[in-house]
Design a protein around this ligand. Structure first.
Ligand code: G1P
Length: 276
């Protein structure tokens, strides 16, 4: 039922400077593949058939990665290197691109997808956050909850108080059941008095109503149009649920997380364990 996803990948990647001046953080290598490929894989495994990537001028490597390299393929074929040819296979999903001309924030990036999305609910996957999932694919977990409740669903994680000011944070109306909360309010990067310790972590299933809310949303934190502020507005007419997802999350814009993730994937590859 949820077949379309948006991957907003247009940010400057300021946390990764100076390296991200030329190499998008989405292209950081993890187990021989770029980080963004884990996001695409998660989406495909959750049943997504069409992805719109929102990119900017410095993100052309992402577009190149999902293009075919016919000369390279011909060369490998001629050399009889089938095992290498297999590594070049592209994911089974249609990928579309759109440029975000101005760095006006995540909310603005998402608003660009209005025509692509149309009238159906859709997924958003933020490419900074990679989930190593051996239990349940987080996007699938959200889609299953959406199917059950027929309401907007957002991924959450409990975060220590000192870090909450880097996230969107929800206020809980009630705990539905283990790991599932009905949301009464949401605030982007609270400087003080966060309404809970449950932070928004980069996966969303939203109804298309979000687009009219985004149109009404003024720039917020960092003078950017915040997706969180549009969700807050949408809460007035459309309930939302939050789910503490089961999988382990890595924020690849944090070097320590990135190194840990690379090590884990390497260990898995050596032992042959799979990532869902
Ligand atoms: C964005 C969202 C924020 C969310 C976070 C998750 O912030 O605005 O609500 O908690 O992603 O990573 P950013 O990290 O882009 O500043």
């Amino acid at each position: 039922m949820i077949k379309k996803a948006i991957i907003p990948a247009a940010g400057f990647g300021t946390r990764g400077l100076p390296m991200t001046k030329v190499l998008p953080k989405e292209m950081l290598p993890i187990g021989g593949r770029p980080a963004i490929d884990y996001i695409v894989e998660e989406a495909v495994n959750a049943g997504i058939e069409q992805i719109l990537m929102i990119v900017s001028r410095t993100k052309n490597l992402i577009v190149d990665y999902y293009d075919r390299s016919l000369e390279l393929e011909a060369f490998l074929e001629q050399q009889n290197k089938q095992h290498l040819l297999n590594t070049l296979e592209l994911p089974k999903v249609k990928i579309y691109y759109m440029r975000q001309f101005y760095p006006k924030g995540l909310g603005h990036a998402v608003s660009l997808a209005k025509d692509f999305i149309g009238n159906d609910p859709f997924a958003i996957l933020l490419p900074d956050e990679i989930y190593l999932s051996t239990i349940k694919n987080p996007t699938k977990e959200l889609i299953d909850a959406y199917t059950h409740y027929d309401k907007n669903v957002i991924a959450l994680q409990q975060v220590d108080e000192e870090h909450l000011k880097s996230y969107g944070v929800i206020q809980v109306e009630k705990k539905e059941k283990e790991r599932i909360y009905k949301i009464s309010d949401i605030v982007e990067k609270p400087e003080s008095n966060p309404p809970s310790n449950l932070a928004v972590t980069g996966r969303y299933i939203l109804k298309p109503d979000i687009f009219s809310c985004l149109e009404q949303t003024k720039p917020g934190v960092g003078s950017e149009v915040q997706l969180t502020d549009a969700i807050k507005l949408m809460l007035q007419s459309e309930p939302a649920y939050g789910i503490e997802v089961a999988s382990e999350r890595f924020d690849i814009a944090k070097e320590a997380d990135y190194i840990k993730l690379v090590q884990k994937v390497y260990t898995k590859q050596q032992g042959g364990g799979g990532i869902q």
